[in-house]
Design a protein around this ligand. Sequence first.
Ligand SMILES: C[S@@+](CC[C@H](N)C(=O)[O-])C[C@H]1O[C@@H](n2cnc3c(N)ncnc32)[C@H](O)[C@@H]1O
Length: 203
Amino acid sequence: MEQHHYFLNVEHKDSDFFSFTDYFLDKPYTFKSCTDIFSKDCIDYGTSLLLKTVIKNVELSGAVLDVGCGYGAIGILLKKYFENIDVDMIDINQTAVKLSQENAKLNGVVVNAFESNMYENVHNKYAHIVTNPPIKAGKQNLFSVITGGIEVLEDGGTITLVIKKKHVMESLKNHMNQIFGNVEVLKKDKGYYILHSVKTKAN
Ligand SMILES: C[S@@+](CC[C@H](N)C(=O)[O-])C[C@H]1O[C@@H](n2cnc3c(N)ncnc32)[C@H](O)[C@@H]1O
């Protein structure tokens, strides 16, 4: 059988779609999903850690961008916890965008999900980027989450992401420090790191 990477656009049959329920901070959430979506049948451990860390450490307000939204866990759950934020969510994968739109409705929140290859179709400025970034699409793509991210952030804006140590954590951390002039490890757990940079005036 042909193998598909989760970031490619492929045709789907109705039978490729299903729903799952998972818990976040002791509350159940149901999401519609699909056979070739990232972490298709549970909230990814790194995604959950990122969300918990952001909720605890970063005071989100204003416009927030979820880069590589998948079925929508990050943007949707952030909107649940920070009702006043405006959430945009982007993914290169059309199915991911469609699922994020459907899952927002399913979970009773209003977000704006649209297709974009990295920041190509992003025209707004954001107070925060929160992302479990694409790693399967290569180091160049991963690094462009940072390089392109600073361009769409307001002054004082932040980027917070999750990365696994084995997945080029050190070089990504160095890249964030190079581009933003600062980087902080907000949390380490089971090989996952939550990295955070702030866009200062000097950037
Ligand atoms: C690690 S997954 C995270 C998915 C979701 N945010 C989550 O936490 O479950 C990364 C996502 O990035 C998307 N992606 C890959 N390359 C991309 C690109 N060039 N532009 C935008 N999104 C991309 C993939 O389709 C995938 O949904």
